[in-house]
Design a protein. Structure first.
Ligand SMILES: Cc1cc2nc3c(=O)[nH]c(=O)nc-3n(C[C@H](O)[C@H](O)[C@H](O)COP(=O)(O)OP(=O)(O)OC[C@H]3O[C@@H](n4cnc5c(N)ncnc54)[C@H](O)[C@@H]3O)c2cc1C
Length: 383
């Protein structure tokens, strides 16, 4: 049986960052993955352009039972460290909507750099891990391609969303086996199924403000044939679920605008006025008008403006689209019994966790990969 100092389970973003850090400390390292090639989720991330970090990475952009868990890792490995890493690898980037960094020449440039950095690591691919045992100071990792042994193990098996690229719940099983709690998982950064908008509006996108709990999100939103999607909705679903309030005309006091128009230009139609702020088809759906604005009572104008500015999906009616399409999961290994400084288990010395397998989910915009790089590198520095 081949013996290693460190075995990393999962050749994704966190696992490869961990491998690079561990080999640079002259550890004998292997990385085991169930798939054919490393970093498959990285390769499809950001629509193939990989939004690999965000200048705003801080605890308030992360969600889970204890988002403060990320503080130590993210203050040690900042977005500027990741940009310096990209520069070192000659990776060109583009900055989209202040602070969101994408790989200008595609995600492959990031994947290649990760694999280069892990040079010296044994890659054991097509080897789903089915079991990890600990005996006499060593871990024994059972796979479809035989058993491997190591002094330390880093579990970097990711989340269980987007199964098309190959995912498993083995990370949760390993954690449980060593006494860790698992926070139940659910899809996040995904669309919401709802019939609040009629089917014939599908395909229209616009700028919206979504309030969920105490959080206010301003971003673009898309009406789909099954509900709503787009960045604003994705961002809402990674937050703690609560009643969702959608304002599709966030930049105007639309009631006042309509009331004024009634007195100054009573022959105008409401949909024409609303169309100055939103696509005409939605404007028509909102007012469903049969008369000129002068013939509307103020209470009717109030109701129309409410239909545009406070569309509510009660918490109990939120149907998250699916694990199949979600970019990440909320939930995972409870961070309570993990050291935020080293990523080592407080219950089992030598056992480390990194990346999305932990109960940490980041906002849309490069925060999840940033967490994977930071937590992975720290685990690799300590394993
Ligand atoms: C479509 C899509 C687009 C995204 N775009 C972005 C983006 O632009 N920016 C961003 O920040 N985040 C993005 N994300 C999220 C980001 O990709 C993940 O959060 C990140 O990849 C998590 O890294 P990880 O290393 O923890 O897990 P992963 O990258 O998922 O890696 C886990 C690895 O573990 C392996 N594994 C699992 N089970 C086993 C087993 N039993 N045996 C052996 N190996 C196993 C898997 O094969 C996989 O290679 C996107 C996600 C999706 C699905």
């Amino acid at each position: 049986m081949t013996k290693y100092d460190v075995i990393i389970i999962g050749a994704g973003a966190a696992g490869l960052a961990a491998a690079a850090a561990a080999v640079s400390r002259a550890r004998r390292v292997a990385i085991i993955d169930m798939g054919e090639s490393p970093a498959r989720k990285v390769a499809i991330s950001g629509g193939g352009r990989c939004n690999f970090t965000n200048a705003a990475a801080a605890a308030n952009r992360y969600f889970g039972k204890n988002p403060d868990f990320v503080r130590s890792a993210i203050s040690r490995i900042t977005p500027y460290d990741i940009l310096a890493w990209a520069q070192h690898h000659n990776i060109k980037w583009v900055e989209k909507s202040s602070g969101q960094y994408f790989a200008a020449n595609g995600a492959d440039s990031i994947v290649n750099a990760l694999i280069n950095d892990a040079h010296g690591t044994d890659f054991i691919m097509n080897a789903p891990v089915s079991d990890v045992k600990y005996n006499d100071g060593k871990f024994f990792i059972k796979t479809m391609r035989g058993e491997f042994c190591a002094k330390s193990v880093i579990v970097a098996t990711g989340g269980v969303s987007f199964p098309a690229v190959g995912v498993s719940d083995i990370g949760y099983k390993i954690a449980k086996q060593f006494g860790h709690k698992i926070i139940p998982v659910r899809p996040a950064l995904c669309a919401i199924k709802t019939n609040i908008f009629p089917d014939d509006l599908a395909g229209i996108s616009f700028d919206a403000e979504i309030k969920i709990g105490n959080e206010v999100i301003r971003d673009s939103m898309l009406i789909t044939h099954f509900g709503i999607g787009g960045p604003a909705v994705y961002r809402a679903t990674v937050r703690n679920l609560d009643d969702v309030h959608i304002n599709i005309i966030p930049d105007a006091d639309i009631y006042e605008t309509l009331r004024k128009a009634k007195t100054t230009n009573g022959r105008r139609s409401i949909s024409t006025i609303l169309s100055e702020y939103i696509p005409t088809r939605i404007a028509k759906w909102i007012c469903n008008e049969q008369k000129n604005i002068a013939d509307y009572k103020d209470s009717e104008l109030r109701a129309i403006s409410g239909k545009a500015t406070n569309i509510v999906i009660p918490k109990c009616e939120i149907k998250l689209h699916s694990m199949q399409s979600a970019e990440v999961v909320r939930g995972g290994v409870d961070t309570d019994m993990i050291s935020s400084k080293t990523m080592e288990s407080k219950l089992q010395p030598g056992l480390f966790f990194a990346g999305e397998v932990l109960d940490i989910a980041g906002d849309l915009g490069g925060f999840n990969l940033h967490w994977a790089w930071a937590s992975g590198r720290i685990a690799g520095e300590n394993a």
